[in-house]
Design a protein around this ligand. Structure first.
Ligand code: ADP
Ligand code: MG
Length: 611
């Protein structure tokens, strides 16, 4: 019998290796960005089209390559980063296996242009499925540009495995974040389908985080820093109330390389422990610097795990560093809480445990934002001790009794029906001013609430916690038909389970048409289509801005759309509902869009004004 073993031709071996290194466009993005960093670049541009399917290009201003290296870099195990086995233990570069470019070139059409600083002319290489098609001299800028076109053009099975553009884009963006967050001294520009979506100046980590996640992060971040012999810790944690429902915002780096460590993650979560709202995860951005000889990164090329020699010690140091930061932070919030402790909503106390009934449903078809929410819904969700005390106080307000009383005794001190800005004062002590602010007295002064922002907060927390079990949904008599563009219909299908959790019962009717048979209690039949359009629009934007959490995005849209507007006159019990529900929220003092919901004018402030 003849021999049956054959050595695989290079291009097939490369394709197999590619399967490990390049699983999706995002993996190529990661490798190419890492190479640009290893090349000492100070500015890196990432350009993608169709979520990387048709183009991934990285342009850097790094060291560039010689004409020979330009060809060699596509060979397997071609690397400039290790020369001997011992080097493996001193690795400080991102890549070192010399597999990435060979793998990418095996499954795409690649165009490389590169020039070193001291070379007058650069080189240009075109390579397709591992075959070099062309190599020429060319005029080009110092640095390297690698364009990867039509990824998986020769591996249809892999191409078919790719998810929607939205999903693939999110993976790419995540890789970009993991790199940009830690290489803050490098400027980055990111173009998606010819649109610039990120432009990041060189700076520090704080600036980088806010450039990527938005300015609202400025007030969320608290620094963590610790220097010991075993490890240097540097980074930020987000305040506990900004923790997320998914682990999306947990960025741990070791020696400037993103890494996942369940063990160290646990150290951080333990440090937060009871400060975290239920089923949420802290956000953090932390870099650990350790002696490279004491870690092993020589594992699978795409894995982000690292093995540590001193992990028990590092665990303890990390936990205590985070605890220290949190300790300083909780101290300052306790002071904040104390300032509202003297809040006195009403002089007439009701028995403890009293649960105010839901306001009666109005016959009038005007939207009534309060029709289905009872205080008990909210009170059961309150976890924060300080607000719990506070809620007990506000709970002691017998809304029903009082509103009946006040409706009879309402005293219009000043009333001008033609004027929008009338001030209605009545005996309960809660008034609406300018049809926008709810004003109540407190023992230490005045509480002024912005009605729209407060209601946004209430609805946002309501919808972020919805699950299929406690959904307040209403069947509708005549099912509402909604139609969408093909792309939007795809998104509706994607978020359908979350919409169901929030009380929408919807089914498809053809590809782009959906029929709603039940909707959340707060929604009117006539606004279903508009609401869904807005949810889709916001969701698309949130994908762009890295809001990984679908439910959160939808909850935000619902809160924005359904909250009572400023300018709407509120009834006594509506105002009291807002106050009570607001203070049983986890984060009563801020709208979900980061705006103040209330201000408190204390005695000092008032005295000051009268000077
Ligand atoms: P590795 O990064 O593991 O060495 P790669 O396949 O990613 O392997 O790259 C192979 C080699 O090509 C690198 O070692 C480096 O010498 C060179 N190279 C790749 N990208 C660049 C770049 N953007 N600038 C300069 N040299 C590069
Ligand atoms: Mg590399």
């Amino acid at each position: 019998m003849s021999d049956i073993i054959q050595i695989l031709p290079d291009n097939i071996a490369n394709q197999i290796a590619a399967g490990e290194v390049v699983q999706r466009p995002a993996s190529a993005v990661k490798e190419m960005l890492e190479n640009a960093i290893d090349a000492g670049s100070t500015h890196i541009q990432l350009i993608i089209k169709d979520a990387g399917r048709t183009l991934i290009q990285v342009i850097d201003n790094g060291c560039g390559m010689s004409p020979t290296d330009a060809r060699l870099c596509f060979e397997r195990h071609a690397t400039s980063k290790i020369r001997q086995a011992q080097d493996l233990f001193l690795i400080r570069t991102m890549g070192f296996r010399g597999e990435a470019l060979a793998s990418i070139a095996a499954v795409a059409q690649v165009e490389l242009k590169t020039r070193r600083h001291d070379d007058e002319i650069g080189s240009c290489i075109t390579i397709e499925g591992s075959d070099i098609k062309e190599q020429n001299e060319c005029a080009c800028a110092v640095g390297t540009s690698i364009a990867v076109k039509n990824l998986f053009f020769n591996v249809p099975a892999r191409r078919n495995f790719l998810k929607t553009n939205a999903v693939e884009f999110k993976h790419i963006e995540e890789e970009f974040f993991r790199i940009a967050l830690i290489h803050t001294n490098i400027a980055f520009t990111f173009y998606n389908n010819d649109k610039m979506i990120y432009q990041l100046m060189a700076g520090n980590m704080h600036q980088r985080i806010t450039a990527l996640f938005g300015n609202s992060y400025k007030e969320r971040l608290n620094p963590v820093e610790e220097n010991t012999q075993d490890v240097q810790i540097k980074g930020y944690i987000c305040k506990p109330e900004f923790s997320k429902k998914t682990r999306g915002e947990q960025y741990m780096f070791v020696n400037n390389r993103f890494c996942k460590s369940y063990y160290f993650n646990n150290a951080i979560e333990k440090a937060f422990s009871d400060l975290l709202p239920e089923k949420t995860y802290p956000s953090y951005f932390i870099n650990l610097t350790v002696d490279p000889a004491k870690i092993d990164v020589n594992i699978h090329p795409t894995k982000t795990e690292i093995k540590f020699l001193d992990e028990v010690i590092i665990y303890a140091i990390l936990k205590s560093a985070v605890k220290k930061t949190l300790g300083q932070y909780t101290l300052s919030t306790e002071i904040e809480f104390n300032t509202v402790e003297g809040l006195d909503l009403n002089p007439a106390p009701a028995p403890r445990g009293y649960i105010p009934p839901s306001p009666t449903v109005k016959v009038n078809t005007d939207y009534n934002p309060f029709k289905s929410n009872s205080f008990s819904d909210y009170s059961s969700r309150t976890t924060n001790k300080a607000w719990e005390n506070f809620f007990e106080m506000s709970n002691a307000v017998d809304v029903d009794e009082r509103s009946e009383e006040t409706s009879q005794q309402a005293l219009f001190v000043e009333s001008d029906k033609t004027d929008d800005h009338d001030i209605e004062i009545n005996t309960s002590g809660v008034v609406q001013v300018l049809n926008q602010y709810i004003v109540s007295t407190m023992s230490s002064g005045l509480l002024i609430i912005d009605q729209q922002r407060a209601h946004e907060r209430i609805l946002y927390e309501h919808y972020s916690r919805q699950t299929i079990k406690d959904t307040a949904s209403q069947q509708i008599l005549f099912p509402v038909q909604c139609s969408f563009s093909a792309a939007d219909a795809e998104i509706i299908s994607e978020i359908l389970p979350d919409l169901r959790d929030m009380g929408f019962e919807m089914n498809t009717l053809g590809n782009t048409v959906f029929v709603a048979t039940a909707i959340p209690a707060e929604v009117k039949d006539s606004e279903v289509q508009t609401l869904l359009n807005e949810i889709v629009e916001d969701y698309k934007n949130s994908l762009m801005q890295k809001f990984a959490d679908k439910q959160q995005s939808i909850a935000l849209s619902m809160a924005k759309r359904l909250a009572v507007r400023n300018g709407k006159k509120l009834k006594q019990e509506e105002m009291q509902n807002i106050i009570a529900q607001l203070f049983s929220c986890k984060m009563p003092n801020m709208s979900p869009f980061g705006k103040k919901t209330m201000i408190i004018m204390k005695e000092n402030d008032l005295t000051e004004k009268f000077k």
